[in-house]
Design a protein around this ligand. Structure first.
Ligand SMILES: [Zn+2]
Length: 267
């Protein structure tokens, strides 16, 4: 019986790849209309014409054919943009892999043009920015928002005595009492709510400096936040805070986080 096949052309960004069989590879691509897995046959053979067009994080135009009950087969690929630095620079490659993992886990099949264009710009900037880790902190709240998990950092998400607190949060360096983070309620806690809820499983302490940086990353353009001195202590705290927040919502810990924490300690 002949498999029904139909040719189609799509543009996508390569999020991950894994080897299949002896010479093939399954390429996972983000498109404006979903995340697709395509089988690139013979791509690991020397002189494969497809190989250079399907590098990680590159944006490519591909021709594929639908296959019933299997991966669609990718027959041609043409790279539109190759992100060389995201392959060759270890630190940038690590952050790019992290962003790709978040996209795969958070969006699965539900993507759109807005997400697609955003991810394309994120990978473009990740090649250029002076401080990739700081840039990733700016990217995270935007991805969370697109995924429907927009964190609330401006207002307390706590509840006390059966009423929502909703206190406006204006962290100051002179604040004596810590704030909190509560991923279950989707944001930050004022010092009073943190004190009341600190025994709860997902609640963690948050310094005033970390909270004001979370607010800045969410509200401001990257051009703006990159100009301020980003204390290394706050950077380390934020990498743990965002890991906690994201892992809570994904219910899964991206393996790349271990490597990122190591990078964070080295910086
Ligand atoms: Zn509160």
């Amino acid at each position: 019986m002949k498999a029904r096949s139909r040719l189609y052309r799509i543009e996508g960004i390569v999020l991950s790849r894994r080897d299949q069989g002896e010479a093939d590879r399954v390429v996972r691509m983000l498109t404006a209309d979903g995340i697709v897995d395509l089988l690139a046959k013979g791509i690991r053979k020397p002189h494969s014409r497809k190989a250079g067009h399907l590098e990680l994080f590159s944006r490519s135009q591909v021709l594929a054919s639908r296959v019933k009950n299997s991966w669609d087969i990718l027959s041609q690929a043409e790279a539109l943009t190759v992100r060389r630095r995201l392959q060759e620079d270890f630190e940038r490659a690590t952050y790019a892999r992290y962003i790709a993992e978040l996209i795969i886990r958070f969006f699965e099949g539900e993507t759109d043009v807005q997400l697609y264009n955003f991810v394309d710009q994120v990978f473009a900037h990740l090649e250029e920015v002076a401080e990739p880790m700081r840039f990733v902190r700016w990217v995270e709240p935007r991805l969370l928002t697109l995924a429907g998990f927009r964190p609330t950092w401006d207002m307390c998400v706590g509840e006390r005595e059966d009423a929502l607190c909703e206190a406006e949060l204006h962290p100051q360096p002179s604040d004596r009492r810590p704030y909190g983070i509560d991923p279950a309620h989707g944001g930050a806690l004022c010092p009073n709510c943190f004190k009341a809820h600190r025994e709860m499983r997902a609640v963690q302490q948050l310094s005033p400096s970390a909270l004001s940086w979370l607010q800045a990353f969410q509200r401001r353009e990257y051009e703006d936040v990159r100009q301020y001195d980003f204390p290394s202590q706050t950077a380390v705290e934020l990498s743990h805070v965002m890991e906690h927040y994201i892992v809570y919502h994904l219910e899964w810990r991206p393996s790349i986080l271990t490597l990122m924490q190591e990078l964070g300690r080295r910086e």
